[in-house]
Design a protein around this ligand. Structure first.
Ligand code: TXA
Ligand code: MG
Length: 331
């Protein structure tokens, strides 16, 4: 059931229920971060392996030290600029955070969502919310309340309506090493924006041997339709000629191709607009009974890198559990 009633959402959460709730990035599937019954429900409904930890959503920077310890000054500097917003920190966890949230690791992921309804909801609760994206494991993330309802209908208590998510892709995730910022996941906040504050290059933790981001599966955000990512759309159109094709393009339509089956994410070439429409359009193309979706590779800067990351994952065919940081991800 989709509803605008925040108090009803509070009631469900207080009874250890789980709800879909809006954030500026994507819709989350939320429950009380301190209640293991609710957290188990989230893993079950999503069919998500419990070794994949969850993000804790707090109402403001003042709650950060209730969730995490040993917080480096650079984290506060970034939080002051970007929170509420699409930036998640990996920090040492407070002992009372359930192991189920963090997949038995000693770190916790935490962010303040920048959505008026999410913030209003968090302010009515006396606990933070764990919330993975509200989609079955490895499927396309939801950017509308209807997407969540389509995925989970009767399995969850309600979906809190919050309109279309403005950013449209998940938060950027960073950790810290000796007060240096370490990138864990490309996302809605461009790496360049973080570098402007830190003044130094963000460090990729690619070389670390330990699997510290267990959730970064290679196949992720995947439509059901076969999905090709390419620098040369024309070449792929030739290769797949005779098939029922859909096109996902950056800023220009393909002139010799049926307009019904092509989507341009931003005619103005605006990467922010493109990111905000990405999943919406993927959901739409995936419902068109196509034989293949051909997506154009985006420019390799700013949010273009985050979009390419998601498109690469959407194009992976197998379920191989591979750590994100040991794959070809470059930025
Ligand atoms: O924008 C977002 O981040 C959305 C909204 C709902 O906030 N949430 C989201 O959650 O994308 P999810 O669960 O789909 O992705 C969170 C990622 C997972 O890949 C998980 O492995 C990683 O964060 N993660 C969570 N806790 C971690 C930890 N302690 N260390 C390393 N990675 C962690
Ligand atoms: Mg997700």
């Amino acid at each position: 059931m989709i509803s605008n009633d925040i108090n009803l959402a509070v009631q469900h959460l207080n009874k250890n229920g789980i709800i879909g709730f809006p954030t500026e990035t994507v819709y989350g599937l939320a429950g009380n971060a301190f209640n293991t019954a609710a957290i188990h429900k989230i893993f079950d409904v999503k069919k998500r392996p419990t070794f994949n930890p969850l993000i804790v959503h707090i109402k403001g920077i003042e709650d950060l030290d209730k969730v995490a310890t040993d917080i480096p000054s650079i984290a506060y500097e970034l939080a002051n600029v970007f929170w509420p917003g699409p930036l998640t920190f990996i920090l040492k966890k407070q002992p009372h955070i359930p192991d189920l949230v963090t997949a038995n690791q000693d770190t916790v992921a935490v962010r303040v969502p920048n959505h008026p309804i999410a913030l209003e909801l968090l302010n009515k609760l006396d606990y933070p919310l764990v919330a993975p994206s509200a989609n079955p494991f490895t499927s396309i993330s939801p950017t509308t309340a209807n997407h969540v309802e389509d995925y989970f209908t009767t399995q969850i208590d309600m979906v809190l309506e919050g309109g279309i998510c403005k950013a449209g892709i998940e938060s950027t995730i960073v950790g810290f090493n000796n007060n240096k910022v370490v990138l864990y996941r490309l996302g809605a906040l461009p790496v360049e924006a973080i570098e402007k504050i830190t003044g130094s290059l963000i460090v990729s933790n690619k070389k670390e041997k330990k699997t510290i981001t267990p959730g970064m599966f290679l196949k992720h955000y995947a439509p059901k339709t076969d999905f090709i990512l390419t620098r040369n759309v024309k070449e792929e159109l030739d290769w797949y000629s005779g098939k029922k094709i859909g096109l996902l393009l950056f800023n220009e339509f393909e002139p010799d191709f049926n307009p019904t089956y092509q989507r341009v994410l931003s005619e103005d070439g605006d990467l922010k607009q493109a990111a905000s429409k990405l999943y919406e359009v993927l959901h739409e193309l995936d419902k068109m009974n196509l034989e293949v979706i051909i997506a154009e590779r985006f420019p390799e800067y700013g949010l273009g890198n985050s979009i390419n990351d998601r498109l690469e994952r959407a194009s992976k065919k197998d379920d191989k559990i591979t750590n994100y940081l040991t794959t070809e991800n470059e930025f």
